[in-house]
Design a protein around this ligand. Sequence first.
Ligand code: NA7
Length: 452
Amino acid sequence: MVVRVCIIGAGPSGMSTLAMFNKLKDQGVECEVRCFDKQEQPGGLWNVTWRTGTDEFGEPVHCSQYRDLFSNGPKECLEFPDYTFDDHFGKPILSCPPREVLIDYLRGYWKFRGVKKEDVLTRHVVRNVSFDDKTATFTVRARNLVQGLDVEQEFDRLIVASGHFSVPNVPHFEGIETFEGRAMHSHDFRNAREFTGKRILVIGSSYSAEDITLQLFKFGAEQITISYRTAKLGFKWPENIHEVPLLMKIEGKTCHFKDGTSGDYDAIILCTGYKHHFPFMPPELTLQNGNIFNLPNLYRNVQWYGVTEGKKDASSRLFYLGMEDQFYTFTMFMMQGLWAASVIKGIIQTPEREECVEDIEKRYAENANLTDCFKMIDSQTDYMKQLSADLNYTEVLDCGELFYQWEQNKHDDIITYRDKCYKSLYTLKDSPVHPIPWVKCYDDSLEAFISA
Ligand code: NA7
């Protein structure tokens, strides 16, 4: 019997899973894999567009990236053991490359693993999924956006890999309706040049707030204030950047903060994160959580068990990929894809439900201990080791030390941390140094970066 597998989403997670099904093609049960994606080409968030709001088909724009985005972590922390950056580019490249370099590398990896264009039905948006308890099958209905027609197909397994950094979390602040400037979410941020010479209020204190602040600084914003809810980012900022407690109220152009201070701004950028959002899934099979490391209802953060209120099982046949908060990225998605493919093909066995549920609950409770970035790094490193152990995977994937170095470099100097070099786990070579420091590097093209 051939197992029919559906993957929703052709970003780094979905494409890695296709790659891993290829890798395992001669092992275990035969599978027929179909992947749907609403965008014009695979790549998920790594496809950038100028569009915001809705796309040319009236669908919500997936993109949350922007022009001039350079990796905010070393490429050595996301390098595939079986296909290094040196393999792809034919020479050593710098540690924090721009977006185009990273998507080019991903494309190279997918090709290396034999994923073909026709493996993904692009411009197909999944509208509805239902699960039949009796037959343990999923019915997936997708709209062919180009032809305006629906396709419906039955599957034995479902892998949801549609991402969770695409649907913005947009809190309300008193007076924002009458703010006399531009108010927007980071999801719609495309080009820092729009803010040159302006006074900007950034709300939030995580990666989007940090990187958008740096982009604004690089492109000459006059003044940037970062307003945090829980904790400061705490870097040594240049003098025109400072951090204040949470925004309480807006009057005209004036923003009032929790510590009693206030200031006038030309724009407010909400860097307040994203939502798990799967409108095509039945509610009882829908993952709903904030951006945390150990997710509820998912064994190994991947295989669904309907444990929490209102949820139900899907005969262990439903998988979510790439839905946790992340230090590890491409390699973690690859390992999750390998894990899911190995379970589906019967190459590895998972424990009985009771043991899986116990493990999910234990890991979920551990979120409370993840109180600083080093604990988070250690926890996700342990998770990678756990996946490796399940799969008997012997390549080294432990980037704990690299992440520690990276955190240290950021805290030493947030403006220059991207100019540092890191050693590849696989080639054991240090990356070269960029001839132009990141803060002065205005050409983010692949060509410019590779020839630098
Ligand atoms: P994150 O990492 O999920 O962070 C969301 C931030 O938004 C975090 O600092 C939150 O503060 C803040 N937040 C959320 N709701 C509010 C309200 N109501 N008021 C003030 N602040 C709020 O999302 P990012 O977009 O920064 O990063 C997403 C991914 O993009 C990241 O993993 C990288 O891979 C790139 P809190 O700390 O919870 O108080």
